[in-house]
Write a protein that binds this ligand. Structure first.
Ligand code: ADP
Length: 453
């Protein structure tokens, strides 16, 4: 219904414009055609007025000359004084036609053209002085039917052909426009009915095409969100399934009396504890992700001593380092030590980067923790001499749940959320995070925060 009425409105406005233009054009053509036809006569009547000026001083034109003038011009001539009283000659009887009126009060001093509705009639009036009083010489002339036919043939036939073509074009254009809108509407309806692959083909380079493209982009974005959501849920369930089955199996085994003594019982209970820890970490990570994405994560912007934070982190990871015989090289290459950020969140990012470095570094190798200064920024680099990351995997490591080696990362206790959260946190703090890595040559993760005095 809407489409139809829009089509009608479009068509109506096109046709109205075409007709209006045709009307104006016709008025001009008719005016100039008549003007042209009567131009010669006008000149003749003017010349007559000049020629008779001497006779007019006496108030009368000799009959013989008057007759000759009538024949020479092919028009009915008469003279009137300023009160419309006929002095000489007589106007034809055009009482059945529309009475002609003076175009304006100054008409006595002007030559004017007048065409009645009924016939193609022209009355030319030229101001003259009759016995030194204002009057006028008038000529009544009927345009020949041949001339009218000629105008019709030369102008009106092509005009009608042009109008028809313009009308057809208007129909075509209007239908094209409404067809694009109908296509977008149909695509939107299919989409809202659940067909997320529905797209419009109305993507022309105009406003409607832009609307179509915008709809398609919106549909792509929604589809992407849907897919991400689906992947997200399948990842969560997958991540929870492994520790849950482990907890279940171990608990059942304990109930069945698998542990023969207290030491064994402790061993199984510790396994359960480790798995529940893992699940709780995962839940915390998911909550962090959610808060970051919804913008609900509360981030403090405080002046903090990053050097002290790095020393604290170094002490914190000592047991982990010892476990893998990894040495830590802590270096400060700047005297600056204050940044703007959130101490807890920064510690969370460093925890993640350091535990990854330890996780992926070969036993016995060193890892580096370096503080440097770069323009107004303080930069922390966490480096390891582990297996590194291939150039294909490099852009993907920031994605949620992405792990290069799934089973290995899981066995090492990773969830694939750490880097994604770290990036979100650094961005929320107004900082940066980047990686440089090459397969087989280790990795360097760098974070930057604005330096404070
Ligand atoms: P995970 O919990 O699995 O470590 P992250 O988001 O922290 O999740 O890291 C994503 C993936 O990036 C890891 O699974 C691993 O494949 C890769 N990765 C991260 N840090 C390093 C590193 N230092 N060396 C090699 N690979 C790394």
């Amino acid at each position: 219904m809407t489409t139809r009425s829009l089509l009608f409105r479009q068509l109506f406005s096109h046709v109205a414009i075409i007709l209006f233009m045709a009307l104006i054009l016709s008025a001009f053509v008719v005016y100039y055609a008549y003007q042209n036809n009567n131009g010669e006569l006008t000149v003749k009547i003017r010349n007559l007025a000049a020629f008779f000026s001497e006779d007019l001083k006496l108030g009368h034109i000799p009959e013989r000359e008057w007759e000759l003038a009538g024949r020479a011009t092919g028009a009915v001539l008469w003279l009137e004084d300023s009160n419309g009283r006929i002095i000489q000659g007589s106007p034809p009887d055009y009482s059945g036609e529309e009475p002609y009126t003076l175009i304006d009060s100054e008409a006595y001093s002007k030559q004017f053209l007048f065409s009645t509705k009924a016939q193609n009639v022209v009355i030319i009036s030229v101001p003259v002085l009759i016995q030194d009083k204002p009057g006028r010489l008038l000529a009544y002339h009927q345009i020949s039917p041949f001339y009218v036919k000629m105008i019709i043939r030369a102008y009106f036939f092509p005009l009608i052909a042009g109008l028809t073509a313009a009308f057809l074009l208007a129909v075509l254009l209007s239908r094209r426009l409404t067809r694009s809108i109908a296509d977008i509407t149909a695509a939107a309806k299919r989409f809202s009915a659940g067909d997320y692959t529905s797209r419009t083909r109305a993507t022309t380079k105009d406003e409607i095409g832009t609307l179509g493209k915008t709809f398609n982009a919106m549909a792509d974005a929604i589809l992407h969100t849907q897919q991400t959501r689906r992947t997200f849920f399948s990842n969560i369930s997958h991540e929870l399934k492994t520790p849950l089955s482990c907890v279940k199996a171990t608990t059942e085994a304990l109930i069945d009396g698998i542990a023969v003594n207290g030491q064994e019982r402790t061993h199984y209970l510790e396994r359960i504890l480790a798995e529940t820890d893992r699940m709780s970490r995962l839940v915390h990570d998911i909550m962090d992700m959610e808060h970051l994405e919804s913008g609900k994560m509360f981030i403090k912007q405080e002046r903090l001593d990053i050097a002290a934070l790095l020393l604290h982190q170094a002490t914190k990871i000592e047991p982990l380092l010892q476990k893998k015989s990894i040495s830590l090289l802590l270096q400060f290459e700047t005297n600056k030590r204050y940044v703007l950020g959130d101490a807890d969140r920064l510690a969370q990012v460093l925890d993640n980067l350091l535990s990854n470095a330890i996780r992926y570094a070969p036993p016995g190798s060193p890892i580096g923790l370096l503080l440097t200064e770069k323009a107004q920024w303080l930069q922390v680099s966490v480096s390891d001499q582990g297996e590194g990351i291939s150039s294909e995997a490099l852009p993907l490591i920031w994605e949620r749940f992405y792990r290069i080696d799934k089973s290995r990362s899981r066995s090492l206790g990773g969830s694939g959320l750490g880097l994604s959260i770290s990036r979100g946190l650094m961005e929320a703090m107004g900082g940066t995070i980047a990686v440089e890595s090459e397969k087989g040559r280790g990795s360097i993760f760098k974070i930057g925060l604005l330096s404070e005095r």
